[in-house]
Design a protein around this ligand. Structure first.
Ligand SMILES: [Zn+2]
Length: 279
């Protein structure tokens, strides 16, 4: 059950002088995914990435979705959500996306998708942007961070050498849905249709400045150092897209917007790869 507080947790919080705030339940988020995975020939659940915080054991959950064969070597995409723990929208959207793919597996034909619904498990439980160790994990990448979540995610980013990396966020300051992309034109060609797809469910952020960066057609082309990204030495560079949703809209619309944008990116990148292979 969500928002339940055990007697032990309450006593512990009282003893340490902390306010006994109910934790959001990771188990509740993951239960429907695990139920789908049990019967799915496409989904592999991985709970090997473990770490400890204040003596408590945590898992960085990963779901591998292997789409129907597309004829060539699978395209590897990483989808990362809730690295800011107070943005559960992305986590719930990845759960919806996986269940959606389970029904419409053809949409992931040719893909091997590594989905990380909760990159900041303690922040997700506590409903805080930072991890329980007080760190904004999305400023810690590739800078010799000692945060265990970052170490585990960096190991994933290195070992999978993704063709594409997609991160999901949802911030109070967002006026609407928008995207952040770095680098080559390909990213622009992927983000524009993805935003059009999301626009069916949520308004787009049309401001000329978003979060301190210049924006054009709801796309920002700069990002801060230390954000979740491919290893600095990775060549060729994968496409890297951040999808940013506004807060304060009905959950199902936000989830639909993310799912529609993700679906659009998969479709667009498959076309690009097919085109590139035929050159
Ligand atoms: Zn965020």
């Amino acid at each position: 059950m969500r928002n339940t507080l055990s007697v032990v947790q309450a006593a512990s919080a009282w003893e340490t002088g902390m306010r006994a705030t109910p934790r959001r339940s990771l188990a509740e988020l993951l239960a429907p995914l695990d139920r789908v995975a049990v019967h799915s020939p496409n989904i592999v659940v991985n709970r090997d990435a473990r770490f400890k915080v204040d003596g408590e054991s945590y898992v960085l959950p990963r779901y591998l979705f292997v789409g129907p064969r597309g004829g060539d070597a699978p395209i590897r995409i990483g989808i990362f959500a809730a690295i800011h723990g107070n943005e559960p929208e992305g986590a719930y959207a990845t759960a919806q996306f996986l269940q959606f793919l389970e029904i419409y597996a053809e949409l992931a034909a040719g893909y091997c998708l590594s989905i990380y619904p909760v990159c900041n498990p303690t922040g997700f439980e506590d409903n805080t942007r930072h991890s329980r160790r007080g760190k904004d994990l999305n400023r810690e990448f590739w800078s010799q961070s000692s945060e265990p979540e970052v170490g585990l995610l960096q190991a994933e980013l290195t070992s999978h050498s993704f063709h594409g990396i997609i991160s999901l966020h949802a911030h109070e300051s967002n006026d609407g849905f928008y995207g952040i992309v770095n680098g080559p034109t390909l990213n622009k060609n992927l983000i524009e249709p993805a935003l059009q797809a999301a626009d069916a469910f949520l308004p787009l952020d049309k401001r000329e400045w978003i979060d301190g960066f210049p924006a054009r057609h709801s796309v920002v082309r700069e990002s801060l150092p230390g954000v979740l990204s491919a290893p600095p030495v990775a060549r060729p560079r994968p496409f890297e897209i951040v999808l940013e949703a506004p807060k304060g809209h009905p959950a199902y619309l936000t989830e639909c917007a993310f799912v529609a944008a993700l679906q659009s990116i998969l479709t667009g990148y498959r076309k690009f790869i097919a085109y590139a292979r035929n050159l």
